[in-house]
Design a protein around this ligand. Structure first.
Ligand SMILES: [Zn+2]
Ligand SMILES: [Zn+2]
Length: 430
């Protein structure tokens, strides 16, 4: 079966998340986005786990489904047809590890997937004595990440550990501030238990292909969403048995017949793509910041080193090496952003969401609109600039001011001159 999976989100019990991060809203948004398999997030949190056990039932394949659908009160969500079969859930959580190793403080995030509640209970029991799982949906543990992997391997060998957003400067495996230079340095003898890495919003597969050390790992992409409308902004597209073991096999195999492609942000759009100092409005490429000794040319403080710089630092290849064994990828822009550009409005205003749901009601779901639908179909709905924007995105005709020091990159799809030329071209055609 072909399906789209988003394996990393957070519930309302995590810090800085929307109150709407609850199962009913998540199922509805997964249906809107075209996601068939969605992470539950936060299974280490006792209250969230209570809700998961109360509202979900196993479907016998290592995934879960809502016991019943509660119709939404929201004016946009109410008309969306949603059945229990539309969306499955996979048990997941993310843990933040802060500890010291080889003389340095390390802060890294790991994603954990589990096939059943028994595994979740065993893991939670092992961890509950080591930190406060109740304090946050993404708990902080003071233990060594390697020790954690050992606990998982010993108690739940079917569980999967995936280092999260491996390039972000804070809280990641290769993070410039408190990460490692090599996977083995972090996981030592437990390294073979790790077979997949999450690329994060600020990096895409080709950037990772510049490191031969990563060749043996499967690269996955997830949204890490903190609000429902952001789920699926990065995701994985599979064509394999719809089961926990089928999913794990497809990720492990890296077989492009089973793991069809990943859906990616344009990496420049991520918050930490380039180097910079936000307070001073300074944005630099890795080369430019090296010329400034990684110091802000305005205030003299240390620059925030971005993902691209860090990748260059650890890369052993001049350019990304592709091969037929690589899982392909597609760079996408969220539909509400495309509409916002088309209307010259902000991406979260009512007029944008009005049009967004007009498109969803007509064309099934967002992934279908962004990746599958024929342009002629899309142009049936007004404003035409939405369809044209999708087309430009698919062709990669996108201008982006790279994200840096915590600011998202700024995309522009429609440069005035180009749009005018296009309009004239259209006129000539008809
Ligand atoms: Zn994280
Ligand atoms: Zn500065």
């Amino acid at each position: 079966m072909k399906y789209i999976a988003d394996l990393h989100i957070h519930s309302k019990f995590s810090r800085a998340t929307s109150r709407e991060m609850v199962l009913d809203a998540l199922a509805c948004w997964a249906r809107i986005k075209g996601i068939q398999l969605l992470a539950t997030g936060d299974f280490t949190h006792p209250e969230w786990l209570f809700l998961l056990k109360q509202k979900l039932e196993p479907t016998g394949n290592g995934f879960f489904r809502l016991k019943n659908i509660v119709p939404s009160e929201n004016e946009y969500l109410r008309p969306i047809p949603l059945s229990r079969e539309d969306v499955s859930f996979i048990l997941s959580t993310e843990i933040s590890f802060i500890y010291s190793k080889n003389g340095r403080v390390r802060k890294i995030h790991l994603l954990l997937l589990a096939p059943d509640f028994e595994s979740v209970d065993r893991i939670n029991q092992q961890l509950s004595g080591l930190g406060n799982l109740r304090s946050d949906g993404r708990p902080i543990l003071g233990m060594d990440a390697k020790t954690f992997v050992k606990i998982v391997a010993d108690h739940c060998p079917q569980c999967v550990v995936i280092p999260s957003h491996i390039w972000t400067p804070w809280f990641s495996l290769f993070g410039a501030n408190s990460g490692f230079d090599a996977i083995e340095e972090c996981f030592e003898e437990m390294t073979p238990f790790i077979f997949a890495l999450e690329t994060g919003l600020s990096s895409d597969p080709p950037m990772n292909w510049k490191l031969s050390a990563l060749d043996k790992y499967s690269l996955v992409s997830n949204s890490d969403a903190h609000s429902p409308s952001k789920i699926g902004r990065e995701a994985n597209v599979f064509d394999t048995e719809f089961s926990y073991s089928g999913l794990v096999d497809a990720i492990k195999s890296k077989d492009p017949d089973k793991f069809l492609f990943t859906v990616e942000f344009f990496p420049e759009e991520g918050k930490y793509h380039y180097d910079g100092h936000r307070k001073c409005g300074v944005l630099l490429s890795p080369r430019e910041s090296m010329q400034h000794n990684n110091v802000c040319p305005v205030c003299g403080r240390k620059l925030t080193i971005g993902v691209m710089h860090r990748v260059e630092e650890l890369a052993d290849r001049e350019r990304a090496e592709s091969s037929s064994f690589r899982v392909p990828y597609k760079n996408l822009i969220p539909l509400n952003e495309i509409i916002a550009q088309a209307l010259e409005k902000t991406s979260d205003c009512k007029s944008v969401w009005d049009i967004y749901f007009r498109f969803i009601n007509e064309f099934e779901n967002e992934q279908n609109i962004l990746t599958e639908l024929d342009l002629r179909e899309l142009l049936r709905l007004t404003p035409e600039r939405v369809g044209l924007g999708v087309d430009r995105m698919r062709k990669g005709e996108v201008k982006i001011i790279p994200g840096h020091d915590g600011c998202f990159g700024q995309i522009s799809l429609f440069e005035e001159s180009v749009v005018e030329e296009e309009a004239q071209g259209q006129l000539k055609l008809f």
